[in-house]
Design a protein around this ligand. Structure first.
Ligand SMILES: Cc1cc2nc3c(=O)[nH]c(=O)nc-3n(C[C@H](O)[C@H](O)[C@H](O)COP(=O)(O)OP(=O)(O)OC[C@H]3O[C@@H](n4cnc5c(N)ncnc54)[C@H](O)[C@@H]3O)c2cc1C
Length: 333
C-alpha cells in the first residue's frame, strides 16, 4: 500500500506533488499497490463542510487514489499547533484501522512546514526509513534528493519498511482515471487535553499572498543596493499579483525580513514564474527556487551564474528594467 498524507488548502500544488509522486512510485513497484490518501481538514478551512468541492474541482489529481480518507478536525479552542495535532492523530488514533501506517510500504507527504515536522516523529515511531526532500525515484526504487543546497544529489536506498518520504517538488503526468475512488469521512473533535504543545501567539505577516503559494515570485538580492529597491519589487508584485522574496544577502543587509528568504536556509518555492533581480545565483539560493517553471534573471553581470538556471536573461541595471516593466504593466491596468 502507498499512503499519501496531505492537508489540502486553496492551493493544489501539494496535491499535485503528492499524487504524481505516488503514481510514479506505484508504477515502479512490481507488486500491485493500493493508493490511499489521508487528508487532514481543519475547521478553519473554507471548505470544511464541503470537501466534495475538492473532489470535483481537482478530480484530475484525486482520481489516481483508490481511496480517500478525509479527517474533519474541529477544536474547542484555538491554541492548537497543527503539526502536533496531525502527529498525535497518526500515532495515538491507531485504533482506527485505516490509520495503521505500518500496513503501508510507502508514506508520502509534501516537504512543507507541517509535514517536515510530522514525518520524522511518526517515522521513528514506526521504525521506518525516512527520506527527506525527495525529488525523484529510480527504476531500482532508490530515491533522489538534493543535499548541500543543491550541490550534491544523494541516492538513497531505504532498508526498513515503511518508508516515509517528504517530497520537495515533483510533477509528472498522472492518468486522469474515471472517478471511482472510495471516500470515507472521519470526524474528530479535539479538546485541550489532546495537545501537548500549545500555540502562544500567531503573528500575521505583511504579504497578501503567501510566498510558498504564489504563482509569481519576484525576488531581490544584494544587487538592489537598498531597502528602496524592495519597494519597487513590491510595486511590480502588486501589478503581477505575485509575492516578493529575497536572497540571504538582502535579508542580512536588513532590507527585508527573514521570512522572505528563499533558499537552503529559507523557503522553497516552485511558482509558474520566478524573477530573480540582482541575485548572483549562489547554489544555496538556487536550492530554494530551481523547481520554478519559468525563470527570468536580471543582472548587470552577463557572467552571473543565475543565467545558467534562467530561461530568459536580461543584462541591465535592474532600475532600467523595473522602470520599463512597471510602466508597461501600469498602462495595461
Ligand atoms: C550555509 C549557508 C546557507 C545559505 N543559505 C542561503 C539561502 O537560504 N538563501 C540565499 O539566498 N543565500 C543563502 N546563502 C548565501 C549564499 O551563499 C549567497 O551569499 C547569497 O545567496 C548571495 O546573495 P545575492 O545573490 O543577493 O548577492 P551577491 O552574490 O552579492 O549577488 C548580487 C548580484 O547582483 C548583481 N547586481 C549588482 N548591481 C546590480 C544592478 N544595479 N542591477 C542588477 N544586478 C545587479 C551582481 O552582478 C551580482 O550578481 C547561504 C550561505 C551559506 C554558507
Amino acid at each position: 500500500m502507498i499512503t499519501g498524507l496531505l492537508m489540502l488548502e486553496e492551493n493544489h500544488k501539494y496535491l499535485e506533488t503528492v499524487s504524481s509522486f505516488a503514481w510514479k512510485l506505484k508504477e515502479k513497484t512490481s507488486y500491485p499497490s493500493k493508493l490511499i490518501l489521508f487528508n487532514f481538514q481543519f475547521d478553519f478551512n473554507k471548505y470544511f463542510n464541503d470537501f466534495k468541492y475538492y473532489l470535483e474541482n481537482y478530480s484530475s489529481y484525486l482520481s489516481c487514489w483508490d481511496k480517500i480518507v478525509n479527517f474533519k478536525i474541529s477544536f474547542d479552542s484555538s491554541d492548537f499547533y497543527i503539526p502536533n495535532v496531525i502527529t498525535k492523530i497518526l500515532t495515538e488514533d491507531m485504533k482506527l484501522d485505516s490509520l495503521k501506517l505500518d500496513k503501508s510500504q510507502f508514506i508520502i507527504s509534501p516537504a512543507n512546514i507541517i509535514f517536515s515536522e510530522v514525518i520524522p516523529y511518526i517515522g521513528t515511531k514506526c521504525n521506518g526509513s525516512i527520506i527527506s526532500q525527495a525529488e525523484d525515484i529510480n527504476e531500482d526504487l532508490t530515491f533522489v534528493s538534493s543535499i548541500f543546497g543543491g550541490k550534491v544529489l544523494a541516492l538513497t536506498n531505504p532498508l526498513n519498511k515503511p518508508v516515509f518520504i517528504t517530497i520537495k517538488s515533483y510533477s509528472n503526468t498522472i492518468p486522469n482515471k474515471e472517478k471511482n475512488n472510495e471516500y470515507e469521512e472521519i470526524e474528530i473533535k479535539l479538546n485541550n487535553d489532546f495537545y501537548d504543545l500549545i500555540l502562544i501567539e500567531r503573528i500575521k505577516t505583511e504579504t497578501a499572498i503567501k510566498l510558498e503559494d504564489a504563482k509569481i515570485v519576484i525576488s531581490g538580492g544584494r544587487g538592489l543596493g537598498s531597502k528602496e529597491g524592495f519597494e519597487l519589487l513590491k510595486e511590480l508584485a502588486n501589478l503581477l499579483g505575485g509575492a516578493v522574496g529575497a536572497s540571504r544577502a538582502a535579508v542580512d543587509s536588513g532590507w527585508t525580513d527573514p521570512q522572505y528568504q528563499i533558499g537552503q536556509t529559507g523557503k522553497t518555492v516552485s511558482p509558474e514564474l520566478y524573477i530573480a533581480i540582482g541575485i548572483s545565483g549562489a547554489s544555496q539560493h538556487i536550492a530554494g527556487m530551481n523547481k520554478s517553471k519559468f525563470i527570468i534573471a536580471v543582472n548587470t553581470d552577463p557572467e552571473a551564474p543565475i543565467f545558467k538556471y534562467s530561461h530568459f536573461g536580461i543584462v541591465d541595471d535592474y532600475k532600467n528594467f523595473l522602470k520599463e516593466f512597471i510602466n508597461i504593466l501600469s498602462a495595461y491596468k
